[in-house]
Design a protein around this ligand. Structure first.
Ligand SMILES: CC(C)(COP(=O)(O)OP(=O)(O)OC[C@H]1O[C@@H](n2cnc3c(N)ncnc32)[C@H](O)[C@@H]1OP(=O)(O)O)[C@@H](O)C(=O)NCCC(=O)NCCS
Length: 152
């Protein structure tokens, strides 16, 4: 993500969340040393984005969304896979995230990618909806990759 992407990112953000991030949030994620923000593009336009913070053993997915008219094409999966492989490169052992309970599309996306539920924060969103805490262990991922390449 670069500064000139922010306008398009904000439009997707506003159509995706009841309490959307503001310009300053994205500006910060572009500039902060341990933050990594990526966009995916379709026909030269921003189609989706993911923001990752990676510090030592733990990385966190802070934000991910895909434009409503471009959902269901595998873009979020690609963004998440990219974020997780960067986290692994940066030395993270775990990727963590929070998701609104009842956000079935996002929870299903994360479960497909190997995230598991590790906790719940009660009434975390606007004092109303619970947050499901999820994590993916990257070490297990690495071992799976090694074993799957071993000759039997
Ligand atoms: C959640 C979101 C990012 C998914 O983006 P997407 O590009 O449509 O997702 P993908 O096409 O990559 O789908 C990957 C997997 O996610 C799950 N998924 C995606 N949309 C789904 C839906 N509407 N219902 C159920 N599962 C869904 C499926 O498991 C899917 O795998 P499959 O295609 O093999 O079945 C998108 O719906 C979005 O931007 N939502 C609003 C913002 C948001 O909620 N972000 C998450 C905050 S924690």
């Amino acid at each position: 993500m670069i500064e000139s992407d922010i306008e398009a990112v904000l439009a997707i953000e506003q159509s995706s969340f009841p309490a959307p991030w503001k310009r300053d949030h994205f500006q910060h994620e572009i500039e902060a040393p341990h933050s990594f923000a990526f966009v995916s593009e379709c026909a030269g336009k921003v189609a989706g984005y993911v923001c990752l913070r990676s510090l030592f053993e733990e990385s966190q997915i802070l934000d991910i969304a895909v434009a409503p008219d471009l959902r269901g094409r595998g873009l979020a999966r690609q963004l998440m896979e990219h974020a997780c492989s960067l986290a692994r490169e940066k030395g993270a052992e775990v990727v963590a995230l929070e998701v609104r309970d009842g956000n079935h599309a996002a929870i299903s996306l994360y479960e497909r990618l190997g995230f598991v539920r590790v906790g719940l924060r009660s009434r975390y969103y606007e004092g109303r909806d619970d947050a499901v805490l999820m994590e993916k262990n990257l070490q297990g991922d690495y071992l799976d990759a090694v074993y799957s390449h071993d000759p039997v």
